[in-house]
Write a new protein. Structure first.
Lengths: 353, 186
């Protein structure tokens, strides 16, 4: 990591030349512009709507399969992909809408993805690509809906992959990228302390935005990226090993990161009873809970919720290279011994800094 | 810190005024590389499961370093073996672990990982090098320079495949991939 140092060293007793001050200001301008332009955190969000080793998802005409997700920050979907093994009587489509109100995000086609025609051979990969670029609003739940116009479909494997980009400056609460445009001094204008102070104030203001962008500042934000973990078909008595997922920590001395929030989505076989819940519990290696998302399924077959904001450091420069003794784990649980949770999806948002 | 017209501007005053700002920008720049994880879950996979049912495919939107490839297998038949592999067109071969390859002929297979002895338990196998910004010298010998080649290239299609010799249906295989990338510029 190259240390940023000013290009001129001042010497007490020397005559202060405008060139010396200008060189320092111009260096600051270039450094701010260079680092600020490193802006977008891009990530891959694979949504396994149906995995091949589950019972194939079969539906009659007009029936739907819905997957839901939510971001705590505004993000941009830059590409979407369909990768599936399936059969169908007609084209199967994927649409994205806001769960509440059903609005399609501006810029997203309807459908977003499609097989375009009937699919006859499940052993052949079915694929589609969307180059639509659209914004997902923070704290808004979106639904991916898989449907067929007529006839039936059987999904053996159905992955929708989103390429998600997050602008770290949006998260830092700024409306523009940090910028420093100094007023340069001239021999004719002499060394005006007012100009010097004004330049340095502007530089300091821009630099302060960087402190927030890496999560060390007062706003404690960073560019967020999603991590999706899903658990299938479980009851209260389901073996805990089947409900436990290892989250490897990031072995790094750079690139600090932390889990900031967990959204939980649960689909049930039937509406749950009073007091019935689905839980996703983030634990450290010792089994100590770090954060827990709990949703009530009382009277509903689908429920969603989240942990609220928290911060659990995911990086660890000394974590074991080959064992999981320092890693985190996410454990799902269903309080009901008889009502199967068909699928629980935890969407963890991981921030830099 | 401010200076005044008519007063003497000391070296320490002038240096301090800009070094504080540069330190903030530098601290940010040091954190520019970021990491996150992808999890792909394959519940109920058994030895006879068709290959197209035990894979997941996705395109990569950026050049990134594959820091960790972890495979967790739970409730497999005693003494069964679970294997997982990543293929990616255009990526180079990593010679870690055993050399089993799974499907997708014609593509290069790297980082196959095997998990054994997972009866009645969660067992994870992973490899996790330290990423501290130190450059690994790339060479022709993959056995000694493998870390330099654990990359997904922008635009490549990545396929993760799993396989097990277990015959127990109530089981689970989870693949976690830790990716590290740099913030994209406008």
């Amino acid at each position: 990591m190259k240390v940023l140092t000013q290009p001129r060293t001042f010497v007490t007793g020397d005559i202060l030349a405008p060139d010396d001050l200008n060189a320092v200001f111009l260096y600051g301008r270039d450094v701010v512009a260079d680092v600020a332009s490193k802006r977008w955190a891009k990530s891959i969000l694979p949504i396994q709507c149906v995995t091949g080793v589950e019972t194939p998802y079969t539906q009659a005409s007009g029936a739907l399969l819905v997957q839901r997700f939510k971001s705590s920050v505004t993000c941009v979907v830059e590409r979407a992909f369909l990768s599936a093994n399936m059969t169908s009587d007609a084209a199967v489509s994927v649409a994205i809408t806001a769960t509440s109100g059903g609005a399609t995000p501006s810029g997203a086609s309807v459908p977003l993805l499609s097989t375009t025609a009937a699919v006859t051979d499940a052993t052949v990969d079915t694929e589609d690509t969307s180059a639509d670029r659209f914004v997902l609003t923070a704290n808004t739940e979106y639904s991916l809906t898989i449907s067929i116009a007529s006839g039936n479909f059987t999904l053996n494997r159905f992955d929708v992959i989103l390429h998600v980009a997050v602008d770290r400056w949006t998260l830092a609460g700024t409306t523009s990228i940090p910028d420093f445009d100094p007023t340069l001094l001239t021999d004719a204008s002499a060394r005006d302390a007012t100009v010097v102070n004004s330049n340095l104030t502007s530089l300091g203001t821009a630099a302060a935005l960087f402190a927030n962008s890496i999560g060390n500042g007062s706003s404690n934000v960073g560019a967020l990226m999603p991590m999706r973990i899903q658990c299938h078909a479980f009851l209260s008595g389901t073996d805990v090993d089947l409900r436990t997922f290892t989250i490897p920590r990031i072995k790094t001395a750079r690139g600090k990161c932390a889990i900031k929030r967990i959204y939980l989505f649960a689909d049930m076989t039937a509406a749950g009873g009073v007091g019935k819940t689905i839980t996703a519990d983030l634990q450290n290696a010792s089994g100590v809970s770090q954060a827990s998302a709990v949703v009530s399924v009382n009277g509903v077959t689908y429920a969603s919720g989240d942990t609220g904001a928290f911060s659990v450091t995911l990086d660890n420069s000394s974590v074991s290279a080959a064992t999981t003794t320092d890693d985190f784990k996410l454990i799902f649980s269903n309080s009901d011994p008889a009502n199967t949770c068909l699928r629980a999806v935890a969407l963890l948002w991981v921030a830099r800094g | 810190m401010t200076i005044s017209n008519g007063s003497t501007a000391l070296k320490t005053d002038l240096d301090a005024m800009i070094s504080t700002a540069l330190a903030l920008v530098q601290a940010d720049n040091a954190q520019v590389p970021g990491a996150y994880e992808i999890h792909l879950t394959f519940p109920g996979c058994i030895s006879s499961t068709s290959s197209y049912k035990r894979k997941s495919t996705f395109p990569c939107p950026f050049d990134c370093y594959v820091e960790t490839f972890a495979v967790t297998a739970a409730e497999q038949t005693a003494a069964s073996t679970v294997k997982a592999a990543i293929t990616g067109d255009g990526t180079l071969v990593d010679s870690l672990a055993d050399s089993a390859s799974l499907g997708d002929e014609g593509k290069l297979v790297f980082w196959p990982t095997k998990v054994s002895g997972t009866a009645g338990a969660n067992t994870t196998k992973l490899a996790r090098p330290l990423f501290d910004g130190t450059r690994t010298k790339a060479g022709l010998n993959f056995a000694t320079t493998s870390q330099a080649h654990r990359v997904f290239l922008k635009g490549s299609t990545i396929t993760v495949s799993v396989m097990t010799s277990s015959i127990v249906g109530a089981s689970k295989i989870d693949v976690a991939i830790v990716l590290r990338e740099f913030l994209a510029r406008d």
